[in-house]
Design a protein around this ligand. Structure first.
Ligand code: ATP
Ligand code: MG
Length: 554
């Protein structure tokens, strides 16, 4: 079933470039700024950049865009590398824009030497005031016509630390009347006496994005430099700098930023959620970060599938998180081990089953797996079932347990509820049931028709576990576009903890890299908060799209 997928617009460009011999092979890069953890938007950029060089001849670099000393940290560098690897991609070279600081400085000297850059003593407010508006030309700075010698001298002094932060900048000398505001003598270098995570205190001037990004692309001979749409206006400056520096001509292409509903994909906002403790950290399972999704039980394959399905667009739109959940269900259904866990226990006593007897019944690990495997599940006289699986006065189509009604216990016997046991207050404390002998699969009474099958756990063998259920982190589709602060729209019910659920004993051996389907409850994985004191499981996703059903109601 190899259905040829049509090429996206960037793939079309590349195919053309390779066909007409412009390139023999291509080079792309993923250029994160190490100022936060990667999120789903980045995943889409990663899949695009690395995907292109999987599809076409070439390779992809991982380049840390670390030109802003104030917000960057080594912790972020490490997490980014871990996340890209986990997503299943391998970079050719690990690079840092800060490694080019010397070269970029030389480039700046070259521009000054050509009369294409000058040192401006104006403050940032003065520069902004002289910028003009889209319909009105800007004013030339009084420092614009300094001599090349003076500019060289001043720029060297800037580098040597002679001036305080913000007192001078290096600006490109382009056109204060350009219709593209970014071409109105953009700032190329600023003074910042700050410690850098890699270069330490060597520098007190730092290149701006436009003076670093395209140049880094060029130094690395990146053929197709892909970024998001907000950089469209930067392209003219990207090309101008490459042309006047006479360096390798990389080209910039833009695609639409990916936004996912009911969450935010901006590192700045995610950082606020972390710092203000709305979540437990960058890897909180409710976060749209790669590390959060990993902890939540998402598989790399499901995230790649999601990015592939949303594809590449030229216009911004909102992607439904339901699609992400669909992708992970598809994947987990194939690989998850089936287990039984009761969340809200109701005790049942099989009165006609011998006291003290334990029988091991065989239950299938995964009916979707190619090779069938089974595990032993202990069955005994006292069992837990789910409270919601019993009703004393059931409506007509209640196919679960009720007085006089029969159900099958998964992989075990058919039982019938004979008596409801209550305490003095009238609260149900247990059910007395009887079982149909020889009604397990393959036995002579197995064919008896019952409508419902319930999951269960033997009381005596039950393992208490903690269960964490997650909902959308935000109550509204697009918290960033709502009035007021986006944090006003946090969903207060995004985390529900069940302290004492009961699991079948096989889960005592649960592993961190395994996925489980708790029958009728959803897909789960072991959380890192698991300790000697007990097992903690996250619900990755429910079995069905309950959210879609709810929203369709109205
Ligand atoms: P944020 O606003 O979250 O800080 P950013 O764009 O500043 O995002 P970078 O670290 O600079 O983050 O991004 C690295 C790469 O990932 C860039 O090429 C950027 O265009 C891309 N990227 C970031 N967010 C998205 C997104 N939501 N959709 C698609 N690509 C994205
Ligand atoms: Mg950025």
């Amino acid at each position: 079933m190899s259905e040829e997928k049509s090429l996206n617009f960037i793939e079309e460009i590349i195919e053309e470039d390779l066909k007409n011999g412009k390139y023999k092979s291509i080079v792309t890069r993923f250029p994160p700024e190490p100022n936060g953890y990667l999120h789903l938007g980045h995943a889409s950029s990663i899949c695009l950049n690395f995907g292109l060089t999987k599809k076409f001849a070439g390779y992809t670099n991982l380049r840390f865009d670390d030109t802003n000393p104030v917000t960057e940290e080594t912790e972020y560098v490490e997490s980014i590398k871990e996340d890209v690897k986990w997503l299943g991609f391998e970079w050719k070279h690990e690079l840092y824009a800060s490694d080019y600081f010397d070269t970029l400085y030389e480039y700046a000297l070259k521009l000054i030497g050509k009369g294409l850059a000058y040192v401006d003593d104006s403050t940032s407010e003065e520069i902004a005031a002289m910028k003009g508006t889209p319909v009105e030309a800007g004013k030339e700075s009084p420092y614009r016509n300094r001599s090349i010698e003076e500019n060289l001298e001043l720029f060297k002094q800037m580098k040597a630390g002679a001036f305080a932060d913000g007192t001078r900048t290096l600006r490109a000398r382009i056109d204060m009347a350009s219709t593209n505001m970014l071409m109105r003598d953009p700032v190329l270098y600023r003074i910042k006496h700050a410690h850098h995570h890699r270069t330490g205190d060597k520098w007190c001037i730092y290149p701006m994005y436009d003076m670093a990004h395209g140049q880094s692309d060029s130094i690395e001979h990146v053929t197709h430099s892909i970024c998001t749409l907000e950089f469209v206006p930067h392209r003219e400056l990207y090309d101008w700098l490459i042309e006047h520096l006479e360096i390798y001509p990389s080209h910039q292409y833009e695609f639409a930023r990916r936004n996912i509903n009911y969450t935010v994909t901006s590192k700045r906002k995610l950082l606020q959620l972390v710092n203000e403790k709305h979540v437990t950290g960058w890897d909180d399972p409710r976060m749209p970060t790669i590390s959060g999704l990993r902890r939540r039980g998402y598989t790399p394959g499901s995230i790649r599938d999601f990015c592939d399905r949303i594809g590449v667009a030229k216009r911004e739109n909102m992607v439904d998180v339901g699609l992400l959940e669909f992708c992970v269900r598809e994947d987990l259904n194939k690989i998850a081990q089936r287990r039984m866990v009761v969340f809200e226990p109701l005790k049942i006593i099989i009165t006609d089953y011998p006291e003290g007897k334990t029988e091991l019944v065989q239950s299938e690990d995964n009916p979707e797996a190619g090779e069938k495997t089974y595990r032993d599940v202990p069955f005994s006289r006292e069992l837990y079932i789910e409270q919601e699986d019993f009703m004393e006065n059931p409506p007509k189509k209640f196919f679960r347990l009720a007085p006089g009604q029969m159900v099958r216990l998964k992989s075990a016997y058919i039982i019938k509820c004979d008596e409801v046991v209550k305490d003095e207050a009238g609260t149900i404390t247990a059910l007395k049931c009887s079982h149909v002998a020889n009604s397990k699969t393959g036995e002579e009474n197995a064919g008896m028709k019952v409508k419902g099958t319930l999951h269960w756990v033997s009381v005596q063998h039950a393992v208490p576990v903690e269960i964490r259920l997650y909902d959308r982190l935000f109550k509204v589709e697009d918290p960033s576009s709502e009035e007021g602060d986006f944090k006003d729209y946090i969903n207060p019910g995004s985390l529900q903890v069940i302290k004492s659920a009961f699991a079948e004993p096989a889960l005592k051996n649960a592993k961190f890299d395994e996925h489980y389907q708790f029958l009728r409850k959803g897909y789960f994985n072991l959380d890192k908060d698991t300790s000697e004191e007990g097992l903690v499981f996250n619900r990755t996703v429910t079995l069905k799209d309950t959210w879609a059903k709810e929203t369709r109601k109205d």
